[in-house]
Unconditional design. Sequence first.
Length: 309
Amino acid sequence: MKMSRRLTVAAALSLPLVLTLSACSAATTPAGDDAVSVVVLTPYLSSAATKESIDELTAQSEKRGWTVSVVDTAGDMNKLNSAFQDAVAQQPDAIVLGSGDPTQISLGLKSADAAGIPVFAMDAAENPLIAANVTSDNTDLGEQSASALIELMGGQGSVVMMTHEPHPGVKARAAGARATFEAAGITVLEEKHVDNPGAVDSARTSMQDIISARGAEVTGVWGGWDEPALGVTQALNAAGVTGVPVVGVDGQDFALAEIEKGGPFQATVKQDWAAIAGQVVTLIADLVDTETAPAQAQYELPGTLITGS
């Protein structure tokens, strides 16, 4: 499996679920009355990438002796606003938004701001009420994945894009991919919204409909993240369609396994969740320990293209 890196600049359950993880490590400061407490709020824990990023954040926080609570609202933004207000009542040292669009949770962010509790974001977007957002260079992820698909298609053809505009990162990836296709003279036949939670099933159903309606026109499929790419792959395999490459973004284990099979799913761009989560933890520590505010509102890290050849 080939891996190549381009250098660029630089969290499916319901609201009542709260996972509390307390740190204990002899090599780090033990948890106690002065231990740092962090609440992570997300609408997308069912997404493999979001779960991986939050798991990384939790693990790295544990090493510092911190206490972390994770609340998932399963795509419900109204519950996410309520979750912010509940978190504020706990008076944590920091709140982390694990993926999501800050513009949809203004009430929650305002409640944290009024209480003087800093909010950080991971895989989200910049916002005046967020101390810093740490994410991948999503435009580049879109460009890399689209370029890989164009190469797999032999430099010509027509594609379908599987997107999710409510997620700022996926929206930026789609914009990068769209511009790359346009510059290469590749026609975008359709852009289909993918539900999340339920991304695999949503993409599979959409692709089944596209195969029935205009399958002969499609020469490639771009997935905004790996779950839609997997759903498309399942639809193509079930219909016996060959010669239509599929690409995704995230670099999840299931995507790498599909790429190894040599089937439709042929490339993905891996996000560096360990580095992204580590940056968030460092920023929180700097603010809590030394009152050092983040130097910038947005931190973007590069991704790594993974193909099967």
